[in-house]
Each structure stands twice: as C-alpha cells, then as structure tokens.
Design a protein around this ligand. Structure first.
Ligand code: UD1
Length: 423
C-alpha cells in the first residue's frame, strides 16, 4: 500500500481544471446497459470506482473501451444479470446497476451492500421504489434478488426516507421507470446535479422525463432506449476540495471548467468565513487569507451543503478563528476523520451528529491513516496546512474519487510524495 508524505506550509497558487463528476459518471455508465446500441461518454475521470464499474459492465457482457477520458459502452451482448460480492464490496455505487438491470432483462441479483465507514447504508428506498414499479424483491443469503412481475409498470412513488431523499434510489427508480409501461411520478426525488445529469443522459437515450432538477419527476415510459453521446458535468466535490486547498494554505487557487451554480451552499459558507471568492460562468477563484472566521455548517441534500465536502470543510474550519459547529444530517455518523484531524493538532469534539470545532492557530505534521474517500481528502488538506511532515497511510481511498489528485496539487505548488508504506 502507498502513503503520501506531505511537507506542509507551502502556499498553493494557480489553477486546475475540474474533472468529470464521479457521482454522475457511475450511474450514467450503469444506465448505458439499458440501450439497444452503444453509448459514448466524455469527460470520464480515471478513477478506481470508474474502473470497477467498467469491470462490472464487462462481467455482464458489455464491450467497453476507455481512452483519453472517453468511454464507449456497447451493451448488445449483455447476458448476465448479477453483481457479485467482489465488485459490490469495493464500490457501493454498484447498487446503481439494479434499476438498469431490471429495465434490461427484468431480473437482477445483487450482493447486499453492508454498513460502511461513513455509517449504515440501507437500501429500503431502492426496494420500495422498485416494488412500486412491479418488481418482486427478496433478500436471500446476503443477496437482493429482484424480478419484475410481467412488465415494469409506472406508479406514484413517494421516495422520501428518514434522512430525506436518496440519490442512488432516485437513479435506480428513474432508470427503471424510463422503460416502464405508463407514467411514473417520483415525489421527493433527489435534486443533486448528478441526478439531473443522469436524467439528461436518459433523455438523450429517448426517455421522457419532466421536472429534471426538481423533487418531482414525471417519467412517461417508452418501449426502448437507444445509445447516446454525453459529456459528464464537472465534479463539484473535487472543485470544492481544491478551493479549500487554496484557502487552507492561505493561497490563491482557481478551478476552471467547473459549475459554480452547483456549489452555492459551499461558496456561501466560504464567504461567511471571510474568504474572498470570485466566480464566473465556469470558474471559481478563491483568495486565501492569513486568518478566517468560524462558521456553522449543516449538511443536507442538494441544494444544501454537501456531506461529501463536510470532512474537507472541517479541516479548514479547524484553523478558523472561533468555534464552528458542523451538523451532519445526511450520514449522522460520518466523523471518522475527527480523530485523525485531532492527531494533527485540531481541537474537535463530537456530540452525536454534531462536531464542535474549536479553531487552533496551527496544525502539526503527524502520522495519520485515511479511512474513506472524503476523510482522506480532509487529511491531505490538513497536511498541506500543517507545520512539518505528515504521513498519510491507505491513500488508495483517494484514488476511488479524485482524478490525478497529487499531480493537480503539485501543479499548484504542494510538496507531496507517494511512497510505499512501511506499516
Ligand atoms: C450518494 C453519493 C455519495 C453521497 C450521498 C449523499 C453516489 C455514487 N454517491 O450516495 O457520494 O455522500 O449520495 O449525498 O452518488 N438512505 C436510506 N434508505 C435508502 C437509501 C438511503 O435511509 O434506501 C439514507 C442514507 O442512509 C443516508 C441518506 O439516505 O442517510 C442519503 O443517502 P443516499 O442519497 O442514498 O446516498 P447514496 O445515493 O448511496
């Protein structure tokens, strides 16, 4: 396993280009198997999760190629309808194949995704939504076994759960509804830009979807879908992470070819801390300061503050002047990074789903361990700002979700080495 060795204290300056959004491309690749012909997807980031999804598509029988950021998927020879544990265990987003598989062949056998480091990840909403469309679902030996009774049939579906809407449940139900008989109304649909991106891809495939971007989707089922060409939207979480890298090192970083409109809640919070932001149609520039103010953050479904930026924001607020309270409303247990940030000198305590972040003057390099994708990014940010050397083990988590992460950071002046871990 590799680790990062970061020499902290370098001021980051310059610009990077946003990569395609991980959370768009995964359900889009999954949806491509519903078509009668091949699809071409551009702006695909080279991520471990993307590689895993392509492996699953190949396992199912699809022909796949990935060159220079473009993926072609020809699903004509798809002849399997199961996703084994080996795949699902490394990438929970493989659940986004459930709806497309049912749409394609009426059957799907899926290893049940277990709990994970960011907390329990139930799939009751996926099951409820698909059952409404006429799918029989049972759980046996750790597998979800789903089969349509006759044809998929449109219905009214209220998809809200205890924590609000679900991104991938919306993706699954929308995909299955695209080819269901009649009209489906999904109430309390997730409004994340990645869901709109998937919906726009489905529309290019011939689907009839109204209300894209709103919590009420109306889907008029069509008989079949064709292959389509699509460019994935920029990754808003990657964009936010690089802007925070600029701010936490008191530097000046711009992210180009991003979509500022997808980062409203994040930019609002950054400006509350006193950081200067300049945003245009497709770029955001952040000018760091020597000192910044604390602020309170509540993570929520889009357009609220994204849970996927919570850990990185916490790293930044750990150096703010004052106390910040971060309330995690999407995954209330998503605080695994707190202990590691404290090892770097942060002063963060937990009270249920709230983290109380008392700003400190400095962070100090230490040995820490990455535990999940965004928690790892938070440790990198803290390491960049810390005095001295930070060693981060288990960095493979980062490569699940950040395209050329260290290259991009180094192009801004960060001093990061990747080396074999000794522990
Ligand atoms: C997606 C994102 C992930 C992000 C999350 C929340 C992808 C590939 N992953 O994950 O990066 O952190 O959205 O923005 O897009 N829930 C239920 N029942 C369900 C499903 C979810 O109660 O059947 C709950 C979850 O436990 C959580 C909340 O709903 O509390 C939101 O989860 P959800 O939106 O489903 O996350 P994912 O789609 O898995």
């Amino acid at each position: 396993m590799d680790r990062f060795v970061i020499e902290g204290g370098k001021i980051l300056k310059g610009s990077v280009t946003a990569s395609g959004a991980k959370n768009s491309v995964l359900p889009i690749l999954a949806a491509s198997i519903m078509a009668k012909g091949a699809s071409v997807i551009h702006s695909v980031p080279d991520l471990q999760d993307v590689r895993t999804m392509l492996k699953i598509l190949q396992y199912l029988g699809a022909k796949v190629s990935f060159k220079n950021g473009t993926v072609e998927v020809d699903p004509q020879a798809v002849n399997k309808n199961d996703a084994p544990y080996e795949f699902v265990k490394t990438m929970r987003a493989s659940i986004s194949l459930l709806g497309p598989m049912l749409a394609r062949s009426g059957k799907a056998k899926f290893s049940l995704p277990g709990g994970c480091i960011i907390g329990p990840r139930p799939i009751d909403l996926h099951i409820k939504g698909l059952q409404k469309l006429g799918v029989d679902i049972k759980i046996e030996d750790g597998y979800v076994i789903a089969e349509t009774k006759g044809k998929l049939k449109g219905d009214y579906i209220f998809l809200g759960g205890a924590f609000g809407s679900s991104v991938l449940a919306t993706a699954n139900v929308m995909c299955a509804a695209a080819v269901a008989k009649g009209t489906t109304v999904i109430e309390f649909a997730a409004c994340e830009p990645e869901i709109s991106d998937l919906a726009n891809f489905l529309v290019k495939m011939g689907a009839r979807i109204e209300g894209i971007g709103s919590p009420c989707l109306v889907i008029k089922g069509v008989k079949s879908l064709r292959g389509a060409e699509h460019r994935v939207i920029p990754d808003r979480i990657e964009t936010g992470t690089f802007l925070l890298a600029g701010a936490i090192t008191r530097g000046c970083v711009a992210v180009e070819k991003c979509q500022p409109i997808h980062l409203g809640a994040f930019l609002e919070k950054m400006s509350e801390t006193g950081i200067e932001i300049c945003a245009g149609k497709d770029f955001i520039e952040i000018k760091g300061k020597n000192e910044w103010k604390s602020t309170d953050v509540v993570t929520l479904a889009y357009p609220g503050f994204p849970t996927d930026l919570q850990a990185q924001m916490m790293a930044f607020l750990s150096l703010a002047d004052g106390v910040s309270i971060i309330t995690e409303k999407v995954f209330p247990e998503r605080f695994i990074h707190v202990g590691e940030l404290n090892r770097l000198g942060a002063s963060i305590s937990l009270d249920g789903s709230k983290a109380i972040v008392k700003g400190v003057k400095n962070l100090f390099g230490a040995r820490v361990m990455a535990s999940d994708l965004r928690a790892s990014a938070a440790l990198v940010l803290a390491g960049l700002a810390a005095e001295g050397t930070t060693h981060i083990s288990r960095i493979y988590h980062l490569f699940r979700g950040y395209h050329k992460f260290e290259e991009k950071l180094m192009s801004l002046g960060a001093e990061i080495k990747r080396e074999k871990d000794t522990i």
